[in-house]
Write a protein that binds this ligand. Structure first.
Ligand code: UD1
Length: 363
């Protein structure tokens, strides 16, 4: 059996790693990895392959950055010959980035079965490119691996037959569980001089938050105000870095609000585990902070991961200074609690491998 995984952007890599491990242990399975090159900076890509022990991709399409159309089209043009040459039994795509939908379109047109890892999530916010990618990919996929029961309900409401859905759990949590000891041993809070102190960990990169100067300004002011009470560590995504530079904004004097380069997976996890509060617009951090029981404010009008709000520690907040500050006060005052979410248990990849190789079903 030849299985071909396509990844391209940072959040894909934590989802690929556990499945690469699970498939690597199966006899009779050849797992081919294709990197589209959507993310290409070492700190956005290579470090993740190294830390997560992902085998070197057999193909790198080196598409780089561009408009959505240019990037998606470049991936399609360069991925098609790889598919024709490799002749996979199934193409596996991950999450909701442009690489996901581009590879799914190519596979569908070639009549190759598609497995979508992290299927069925819906924000119902059509202004998000990820929502378009999710809906189109799920429509094309033959095997839909869902992380939570709400995802199955979304798919059912769109007419997807039950036989195509497999509620396998959250594969991102597989990577987290496998990395907890190493992340703890890294002791990143000590290296950042915040050990034993309450601190806030921030990531922001969604176009909705960083592309409009007014909104970005408002958020930077909120972070500045937060940093009066506790250190704020803010690893900055490349697109956010450019927007902050365009704004001409300077961090306040002192080191209470620290703009850092993007962090490797283990270092970020090590900081996340011990944070007093996470402020983010990332999908992955919403999930990880819930699993870790760390309060999280998600600066977005909606989330495609509602279990993180209903079962976990997540709360949505508007991109306004006062809203962020009020929510931060509430979140920090609330008692901490243990979170368990169904099938977020470190075994999602094993279940996916059982479906792919043994024909198992997970309902
Ligand atoms: C992409 C995903 C988003 C995901 C995010 C995680 C889409 C539509 N978006 O957004 O869902 O949450 O990845 O990071 O697929 N850049 C670099 N170096 C890199 C990669 C990007 O400098 O290695 C800069 C470039 O200026 C580029 C910009 O970041 O134009 C945006 O990159 P792109 O891949 O288009 O989208 P992300 O914002 O990273």
């Amino acid at each position: 059996m030849i299985l071909l995984s396509v990844v391209g952007a940072r959040p894909n890599f934590m989802k690929l790693a556990p499945l690469a491990r699970a498939l690597g242990g199966r006899s009779g399975v050849r797992h081919v990895i294709v990197h589209t090159g959507q993310h290409y900076d070492a700190e956005m890509s290579d470090t993740f392959f190294a830390e997560l022990g992902i085998p070197r991709p057999q193909h790198n399409l080196e598409v780089g950055s561009g408009s959505h159309a240019a990037q998606t089209a470049a991936i399609m043009l360069r991925f098609e010959p790889v598919c024709l040459e490799t002749k996979p039994d199934a193409v596996l795509v991950y999450g909701d980035v442009n690489s996901t939908v581009a590879a799914a379109l190519v596979a569908a047109k070639l009549g190759i079965r598609i497995g979508h890892v992290e299927a069925g999530l819906r924000s119902r916010d059509w202004t998000m490119p990820e929502e378009i990618n999710r809906v189109v990919t799920d429509r094309l996929a033959d095997l839909l691996f869902t992380p939570s029961r709400d995802a199955n309900a979304n798919l059912r409401a769109e007419g997807v037959p039950d036989e195509r859905m497999h509620f396998v759990g959250n594969i991102m949590i597989d990577s987290l569980v496998a990395s907890l000891d190493a992340a703890r041993a890294l002791a990143a809070p000590r290296r950042h001089g915040v050990e034993g102190r309450p601190y806030v960990l921030v990531t922001l990169h969604r176009p909705g938050n960083v592309d409009a100067p007014d909104t970005l300004c408002e958020l930077l002011e909120a972070l500045t105000a937060l940093s009066a009470d506790a250190p704020v560590l803010f690893p900055v995504h490349p697109r956010t870095r450019v927007r902050i530079r365009d704004l001409g904004w300077r961090a306040p004097a002192g080191d209470a609000l620290r703009l850092l380069d993007p962090l490797p997976y283990l270092e970020l996890l090590s900081l996340e585990m011990a944070a007093r509060l996470v402020v983010t617009d990332s999908g992955g951090l919403q999930e990880e902070s819930s699993y870790l029981g760390v309060p999280c404010l998600t600066v977005r009008p909606s989330t495609e991961r509602p279990v993180t709000c209903t079962e976990g520690t997540n709360r949505l907040v508007a991109a306004r200074r006062e809203a962020v500050l009020a929510a931060a006060r509430d979140a920090v005052a609330a008692p901490r609690r243990r979170v368990t979410i169904e099938r977020w248990d470190g075994h999602a990849a094993d279940r996916i491998a059982e479906v792919l190789v043994d024909g198992a079903r997970f309902t």
